[in-house]
Design a protein around this ligand. Structure first.
Ligand SMILES: Cc1cc2nc3c(=O)[nH]c(=O)nc-3n(C[C@H](O)[C@H](O)[C@H](O)COP(=O)(O)O)c2cc1C
Length: 376
């Protein structure tokens, strides 16, 4: 019987399914619900020291539908990090750890470009008992105006410095969460690992405009008649997330063996999770999927992942982690391999045409068959 239990950066998880930072981890009640339903770990909604600077608007979501409106495949949000007071969060972290001492509770943190602020947020969260940190260097909207989130995560030199501050204070594992809104995701990833972070998480949402209402001519989600580009998530982003996870995992394997990776983006099934793990993820995070299907969905995802493992005789996640990375190469190499195979098939076909036995001679083709035997 295969097992989903896994240990990542010393954290013991019952399964690799982690609640991704966002609405599904927005307060103590919902985090407790996630542990009750059996999630492997929970990453709380991103917190900052001064929540009074965080002002959300409504509506802040817009959806892309498929299947005649029956299915949501894309989701845009212009939601900021948590607007709940930091002191309340600290109390809630303590209570959650009291209620679920075995539950892996990860604080998602974000601050401005100030060493003191980053050190303070790390120390206060770890004093409250959190098990690990995820640094949000990746929120694509709103906070870049304060040089936070993606604005920090898009500049490897700044990222390396900030990760260094975090590592100077953290006594718990730290994952740096990457923005996909860059040309080469390996560059910020490498900077974070160089600064000593234990792992990476990817991807956050993709900067997007969901669409324009053709009656009002206003882009959506429309707030007071206007909008601002937001972050795209849900099933539609999975192919992009898998590509970036593959690129990061390949870099980790060659330059930072042993560092961890949490894959994120459009995970809704155990089979999605299997794909992320095959491309080098240790864990997978689910955010929009929980908003669509609820917390109990984790059980179905665990069953589906176990079925995949049984089919292939994999006993543990490490039996197949990164296994499909070996099947990537350059386009030039694909051309070379295909040309070689076609040439050898053509040669084999030609070979088959040659008469080998006396009973295959025919009067009409006698001359050609004689010639073939001269060539072979
Ligand atoms: C409504 C919403 C709010 C989010 N808020 C946060 C956040 O506070 N911090 C963070 O790091 N990521 C946040 N995210 C990004 C998710 O954690 C995740 O990286 C992204 O949505 C892709 O995964 P998914 O397709 O499973 O949702 C948010 C996503 C959504 C949809």
């Amino acid at each position: 019987m295969p097992t989903l239990a896994t240990t990542v950066d010393g954290l013991k998880l019952p399964n690799p399914f982690v609640i991704g930072s966002g609405p599904p981890g927005t307060n103590m009640n919902v985090i407790n619900k996630a542990f009750k339903e059996g999630w492997g770990a929970v990453i709380a909604k991103t917190v900052s020291l001064d929540a009074s600077k965080v002002v959300n608007v409504t509506p802040r979501y817009a959806k892309l539908y498929a299947n005649d409106g029956k299915e949501v495949i894309g989701w845009e949000n212009i939601e900021l990090i948590s607007d709940r007071k930091f002191s309340i969060w600290i109390e809630e972290f303590k209570k959650i750890k009291d209620a679920y001492p075995e539950g892996i509770l990860i604080a998602s943190i974000m601050e401005e470009f100030s060493k003191d602020a980053w050190v303070e947020i790390v120390e206060r969260c770890q004093d409250a008992g959190v098990d690990a940190f995820e640094c949000n260097f990746s929120c694509p909207h709103g906070l870049p105006e304060r040089k936070m989130g993606a604005a920090m995560g898009q500049v490897p030199e700044i990222l390396e410095e900030v990760c260094g501050w975090v590592m100077s204070a953290a006594k718990k594992p730290v994952w740096a969460k990457m923005t996909p809104n860059v040309t080469r995701i390996q560059d910020p990833s490498r900077a974070s690992l160089r600064a000593g972070c234990q792992g990476l998480a990817a991807i956050n949402t993709i900067r997007s405009v969901m669409g324009v209402n053709l009656d009002t001519l206003r882009p959506e989600p429309t707030v007071e008649g206007y909008t601002t580009p937001g972050g795209y998530s849900c099933r539609a982003v999975k192919p992009i997330a898998l590509r970036m996870v593959m690129e990061i995992a390949t870099m980790i394997r060659s330059e930072f063996p042993g560092r961890s990776l949490s894959g994120i983006g459009g995970v809704e099934t155990g089979r999605d999770a299997a794909e992320f793990i095959l491309l080098g993820s240790d864990t997978v995070q689910v955010c929009t999927g929980v908003m669509k299907f609820g917390y109990a969905h984790v059980r179905q995802m665990c069953d589906e992942l176990l079925q995949f493992m049984e089919k292939h005789n994999f006993e543990t996640l490490s039996d197949f982690k990164g296994k499909s990375l070996d099947y990537f190469t350059t386009h030039a190499e694909l051309v070379r391999m295909q040309t070689k195979r076609k040439a050898s098939q053509a040669a084999a076909a030609e070979e088959k045409k040659v008469v080998k036995a006396d009973d295959q001679w025919s009067g009409d083709e006698f001359v050609k068959q004689s010639n073939d035997l001269a060539r072979n």
